[in-house]
Ligand binder design. Structure first.
Ligand SMILES: [Zn+2]
Ligand SMILES: [Zn+2]
Length: 161
């Protein structure tokens, strides 16, 4: 590190600091202190994205366990939801909560694996309750719309910012 580098955003400025993620040199004005070290503004803006895909096996397993729990607990919850007004709104809130739960169980990584687990876990209780209707060929739009809202909310809770 003896040799001075030049900030990639300000080529005329010397610096001895480089980004912890991409390694590009950055001057003191550009550098952003994060909990994982000094970063360039671009990488500092994507702390969750930078961690994406590093979900460890045990985190995936914990997400799946949380998903199974959500699916089981969701059956009575969805049953009650169907009896309430604004089912779609409450379903969206419940789906988001389920997504956050699964996200936390997986170490808050989010990403595609967490989204798939959340979406499946949220859809299961609805599908279980709707199965008799679906098998009988009855298409009741109200619970279907509620399911769509819940599933989307669960996915949104696990998006990477
Ligand atoms: Zn960087
Ligand atoms: Zn700079």
């Amino acid at each position: 590190m003896a040799e001075p580098m030049h900030c990639y955003r300000h080529p005329n400025r010397e610096t001895r600091v480089s980004c912890a993620t991409c390694g590009r040199p950055i001057c003191t004005e550009c550098m952003v202190a994060t909990d994982v070290g000094i970063k360039c503004p671009e990488d500092a803006r994507l702390p969750r994205g930078a961690r994406a895909g590093v979900m460890k096996t045990d985190q995936v397993l914990r997400s799946i366990l949380a998903g199974v729990g959500v699916a089981l607990a969701g059956i009575p919850i969805a049953y009650v939801l169907f009896l309430l007004p604004f089912t779609w709104l409450i379903s969206a809130a419940a789906g988001y909560g389920a997504g956050v739960l699964i996200n936390r169980a997986g170490g808050r990584n989010g990403g595609s694996v967490a989204i798939v687990i959340s979406v499946l876990a949220t859809a299961v209780p609805f599908l279980v309750l709707l199965a008799p209707d679906l098998l009988a060929g009855v298409l009741n739009p109200r619970p279907l719309i509620a399911m769509v809202f819940a599933v989307i909310a669960a996915g949104v809770a696990n998006r990477q910012i």
